[in-house]
Design a protein around this ligand. Sequence first.
Ligand code: UD1
Length: 338
Amino acid sequence: MKLLVTGGAGFIGSHAVLEFLLAGHDVLSLDNYSNSSPEALKRVAKLAGRAPEVLEGDLRDEALLLALMREKRFDAVVHFAGLKAVGESVEKPLIYVDNNIVGSAHLLKAMKDVGCKNLVFSSSCTVYGMPQKNPIGEDHPRSALNPYGRSKLVIEDMCFDLARSESGWHMALLRYFNPVGAHDSGDIGEDPRGIPNNLVPFVMQTAVGRHPHVNVWGKDYPTPDGTGIRDYIHVVDLAKAHLAAVERIASFNGAEPVNLGTGKGYSVLDVISAAGKAAGKDIPYKVGPRRAGDAPEVWGNPSLAAKKLGWTCEKGLGEMVADHWRWQKKNPEGYKAG
Ligand code: UD1
């Protein structure tokens, strides 16, 4: 298939582009590199033995999108591009409207214009808001806790509305739990700009000496060890789920959400201890107060993904942290040195 991948150079995008290329699909990556590096796709090309087409551009450029869709006639679009930092979204909500919501609206308009009605969208478990119960199924009520989460909700709603308004749309709304890990070559991985907010990148940067210790945000939750529990998923498993979604996109009638997680929860201390084993050293941590807006436990029910995509996770926490560590050790400054 001929695929347009928005945000193809990002953490999840680059791993997905690699799986698409390995499976024989043709890829054009459209990325503005605001939070990613062109180096990622150079490394993907080496790993795949063939290169994706690469275009620097922005979803807010409506004319560019339209011209691209008209020229290339893609079979499907895989839409990763977007901002994803919760704290930043609280401080600068309008850039989340612009980049995420307006950018996605332009993309959908251009798809509609050329009659390309196959979309795989990078949604998030953030659309479930504060979980009412775990594991979370796709029918859990949705709500937004911050502008980032609201941007995902609005984009999902645009997809639902569009699919209801006319026939022929096939849209997979993939709701990721917590993506971590890296390709097992250690050549591509997550390269957050600035100080990471997410647990695993922070733990790994601590292991290479970039921070003195990890801050554990709260040890008084009603969980077995008192720290927060999340459903971490290996990015290569996640990338393979996108491949399955693209190849089975015709089985999506209208817009359908699908959870992507392992269905297992691990605590903050489980992650720090597993990462320490992978890195062969104790990772120092200090317990601090709870972080505002954090749920005690978030883990998903992945059974619909198994049914709909014929896909299940193959990699557990040990491989997630071992692969993330290999990437971090090989690339202590991320892609900067590449
Ligand atoms: C956050 C976002 C989610 C997004 C995900 C990307 C919300 C509320 N959360 O999830 O939308 O999809 O990132 O991976 O929108 N922790 C520490 N110390 C740290 C960092 C984190 O103890 O330095 C703890 C947190 O309290 C939490 C767990 O580690 O219990 C995971 O945190 P994090 O990696 O930030 O992910 P989420 O908050 O689950």
